[in-house]
Design a protein around this ligand. Structure first.
Ligand SMILES: N[C@@H](CCC(=O)N[C@@H](CS)C(=O)NCC(=O)O)C(=O)O
Length: 207
């Protein structure tokens, strides 16, 4: 059994899609960040970073529960636990991990920054807004270029790279003015991934 501590955000959906794809048994614990649920001492004992998503695997194989925080770490851990959705060796594994890193470290934070400065910030700073708008377009262009060459982010095989990118493309990018306009390859891929029943179920967690 796995406990999934999560929120209805792009990062949360990455973990729930992965659990659905793998058909693993899991229980959902939903948090309200506006109420500061993530600073509850019980959750801090599991994840001192106080962020979601976090899983606790009660069947980690060594007799002790294992807590793993962060969408990328969770996806890689579960892929390795089950031997699915991450090539085991070689070029395809390296490229899959590279795309997991690009989406987590480059694409996702660009859209988070764009949202923070465009929508959340009480004071609208033109330089910051322009910086993040340009960065988002550049990052969407990176995905568009790759998906113009391959069916999925890494070749013809669906992988954790697609799972980590799908909520960013459909939740975070949707908030960006113009959304996926002018990115036909990205839109084609989003429709392909979004048609998967496990993806649809994962996007409904927490209910
Ligand atoms: N690098 C982490 C980022 C996780 C993250 O930013 N979580 C947000 C929700 S989407 C959070 O828990 N924020 C609460 C806070 O920072 O107080 C991941 O990829 O999962």
């Amino acid at each position: 059994m796995i406990d999934l501590h999560t929120v209805p955000t792009a990062n949360g959906y990455k973990a729930s899609i992965m659990l659905e794809e793998l058909a693993l048994d899991y229980r959902v614990h939903s948090y309200d960040l506006r109420k500061g649920d993530n600073f509850d001492p019980q959750f801090l004992a599991i994840n001192p970073v106080a962020r979601l998503p976090t899983i606790v695997d009660h069947d980690a194989g060594d007799g002790a529960p294992l807590a793993v925080y962060g969408s990328a770490a969770i996806l890689i851990y579960l892929a390795e636990k089950t031997g699915r959705l991450l090539p085991v060796t070689g070029r395809a594994r390296a490229k899959t991990l590279e795309w997991v890193g690009i989406v987590s470290g480059d694409v996702g934070p660009a859209f988070s920054g764009q949202f923070a400065f465009n929508v959340v910030a009480p004071e609208k700073l033109p330089w910051a807004i322009s910086y993040y708008d340009k960065l988002c377009l550049r990052m969407a262009g990176v995905l568009e270029q790759q998906l113009g060459k391959t069916t999925y982010l890494v070749g013809d095989e669906y992988s954790i790279a697609d799972i980590i990118a799908y909520p960013v493309a459909t939740v975070s990018m949707k908030r960006f003015p113009g959304s996926l306009d002018g990115h036909p390859h990205l839109a084609r891929w989003a429709a392909l991934v979004g048609a998967r029943p496990a993806v649809q179920r994962g996007m409904q967690v927490p209910a």
